[in-house]
Every structure is written in structure tokens, then in C-alpha cells.
Design a protein around this ligand. Structure first.
Ligand SMILES: Nc1ncnc2c1ncn2[C@@H]1O[C@H](COP(=O)(O)OS(=O)(=O)O)[C@@H](OP(=O)(O)O)[C@H]1O
Length: 206
């Protein structure tokens, strides 16, 4: 039976938990990516309530704050996440010894840096896990590109990408954390993005 994405977007577009249940009932191998940015416990809690052992994929660029590493471990323990970490092929120490600190956004080396620390590890994760369904916590307010998205789409790899929280506000996310007694992490930076309302390329290419 073919999957009717259009009907699901129409019927469930603003119902985050309904989207998660609909997606996981399609019988496809699923993953959820996370970077442990602010409010990330919401998506992690929501997907694991329906499928406790769903693979959680984190590309650790090597450039997270100590608070993000602590948060990643404590929320993984609290939710008993089935987490797999994908690391770049070269360590941060190695890269910095020969190339120096992370290049700024306007540095011509920035694109290669992003490919090395985030895109290649993600493509390796896709090759190894071969998911048919991919949950992310993208939000319409993140970037102009995301403002034009639907919560469910099929990406260029043929994977059904689901963003259950696409239409949620920060207040909605905050209220969910409080209601479920979940932690938060605001001490977060991503050297591939520089600014929060930028795309690093992961969601433009996949
Ligand atoms: N490092 C890393 N590891 C795993 N997953 C990651 C990573 N970076 C981005 N993502 C996925 O992309 C979602 C949006 O993240 P960002 O806007 O912060 O960054 S990006 O520009 O898309 O890379 C992000 O959404 P969240 O689910 O909110 O984490 C993830 O699904």
C-alpha cells in the first residue's frame, strides 16, 4: 500500500504526537537525529514513548560545549536512549593541529569543514542504518527554508522525513518539557552554522 503523505500532512500537520504515531505505524525502519540543542528532550521523549528502542543518531562534531556533552549523556540516561554517535573520520585535535581552529562562516574552508564534521558522518549513518523514516525536530521558525516545509516529506534519498514539531513555538516546547519533567540545554553552539537561522546544508542536501 502506498503511503499517502499529502493526506497525513493535511489531517495531522499540527498534531505532533499524531504525526509520530502515524509515521511509526508505516512499518519502516526509523531513526531520529539529534544535536542536543535547546528543547531537544521534547522530540526524544515523544518518539521514544512510541518506540522506546528507536535508533537516536548524533553526529558529534567535536565542537560541543561541556554543557551539551553533559546534557547529551544525562538525557540519554534519563530516557534510556538507544543512541549511536557518529564521529568525523579525523579527531578535532588532529584537524586543529594541521589546519587551526574551526573556520569562520566567510572562510572559504568552511564548507569543507562542515562536510568533514557533520555531512560525511551523517551520510555514513544513512549508509549504515538505511532508514526509511527520519525524525528531526526542525521548526518552521528556524530558517526561511524550514518555514516553507511540510511536517512530512520524502527527501531526495527516498527517506520519509518527519518534523513533528515543525509548527511548535518555544512556549509549546517549554510547556511540554515542564509537563513531562524533562531537562533543557541552552548552552549550545554549532560551529557549522554560526547563526541559528542559517542552514549548515544537511537539510538542503538530505
Ligand atoms: N550534529 C548533529 N547530529 C545529529 N543531528 C543533527 C546534527 N546537526 C543537525 N542535526 C539534525 O538537523 C536538525 C536541525 O539542526 P540545526 O538547525 O541545528 O542544524 S542543521 O543546519 O540542520 O545542521 C536537528 O534537529 P534537532 O532534532 O532539533 O536536533 C537534527 O535532526
Amino acid at each position: 500500500m502506498s503511503i499517502d503523505i499529502e493526506a497525513a500532512n493535511r489531517d495531522l500537520g499540527h498534531d505532533a504526537e499524531g504525526l509520530v504515531k502515524w509515521a511509526l505505524s508505516q512499518g519502516l525502519p526509523a531513526i531520529c537525529t539529534t544535536n542536543f540543542r535547546p528543547f531537544e528532550a521534547v522530540i526524544l521523549h515523544m518518539v521514544t514513548r512510541v518506540q522506546p528502542d528507536i535508533p537516536i543518531v548524533w553526529m558529534d562534531t567535536g565542537y560541543n560545549t561541556p554543557a551539551t556533552y553533559e546534557f547529551a549523556d544525562s538525557v540519554s540516561r534519563q530516557l534510556e536512549l538507544n543512541r549511536t554517535i557518529y564521529l568525523p573520520l579525523r579527531s578535532r585535535a588532529h584537524r586543529e593541529a594541521v589546519e587551526g581552529p574551526a573556520p569562520a562562516l566567510d572562510d572559504p574552508r568552511h564548507e569543507a569543514f562542515t562536510r568533514e564534521v557533520k555531512l560525511e558522518p551523517f551520510e555514513r549513518a544513512l549508509n549504515e542504518m538505511n532508514p526509511g523514516l527520519w525524525f528531526t525536530a526542525l521548526r518552521a521558525s528556524d530558517t526561511d527554508n524550514r518555514a516553507g516545509m511540510q511536517p512530512i516529506s520524502r527527501n531526495q534519498d527516498g527517506i520519509i522525513k518527519v518534523a513533528p514539531l515543525l509548527h511548535w513555538s518555544s512556549k509549546d516546547l517549554y510547556d511540554y518539557l515542564v509537563a513531562h519533567d524533562l531537562p533543557n540545554n541552552f548552552d549550545y553552539v554549532d560551529p557549522t552554522k554560526g547563526e541559528a537561522n542559517r542552514e549548515c546544508g544537511l537539510h538542503l542536501q538530505h
